[in-house]
Write a protein that binds this ligand. Sequence first.
Ligand SMILES: C[S@@+](CC[C@H](N)C(=O)[O-])C[C@H]1O[C@@H](n2cnc3c(N)ncnc32)[C@H](O)[C@@H]1O
Length: 255
Amino acid sequence: MYGNDVKEQYNLMSNFYNVLYAEVGVKAYEDEFINQYKEILDELQTSSKVLDSSCGNGVKATALKRKGIDVVGTDISEEMIRLTEEYAENNNLGFPTKKLPWQQLPFHFTEEFDIVFCCGNSISHSLSRTEMLTNIKSLYKVTKKGGKIVIDTRNWDKVLNENIRFNTSNIIEYNDKRYMFTYIWNLNGFNNISNVEILFVEIIDGKETKCIPLKLDFMPFTHNDFILILKECGLKVLKDNFHIESDNYSVILEK
Ligand SMILES: C[S@@+](CC[C@H](N)C(=O)[O-])C[C@H]1O[C@@H](n2cnc3c(N)ncnc32)[C@H](O)[C@@H]1O
């Protein structure tokens, strides 16, 4: 099965994942997400169903539920599912969740979703071109005819062109603790497995520090090839905000 290593990586990362959201604040992420996809969300009927297929810490699925949308959250990592449930509960909201990799979605759902989201650069965890095709075909299978799939990704054309090795955060306050983290990018060209090592530093009482090393595998791909894959899956590109200078882009697709 695809994704086992990535699943374990996110299980470990889940302890610190919310720290990454703390600088901007979760509510700002919710609002930004809803505003970005307002047009397609406004077209939904009361009977419509939406899937967040890599729901992570649950901020996006919860934002959908807050709008009264019938949402299901799935993710390959049981620990990320736990974060989703925790975030929804802390907001007095609830919706069905299930630990499922993309590949297994068609074994659990029919063509029942009006919109399927795959956001937050999740699709880059497809570790080969073949795996990406299989993953997107699975999203396709659970989407209604005429329904939409939304995928966003880092702009790997820009990342590989700039080839920056290290990024370090500011000091971030989260749950009465202080953290900082450094990303070490180990890039290996397009369509090859690469990884980012993330060194999380927990600052204890302003004196001691604890360093927690984490790693995430991913596969960079060109925008051109990504569009070819989407078309190979039978999807029509309705919107594509790719720009060579922007850090991320998203595509809205129709089945
Ligand atoms: C960077 S996080 C993004 C989470 C969330 N969508 C967001 O926007 O914040 C990537 C998520 O994709 C999930 N993921 C990675 N590979 C997956 C797969 N094969 N099937 C389903 N989820 C996967 C990870 O467990 C993780 O929660």
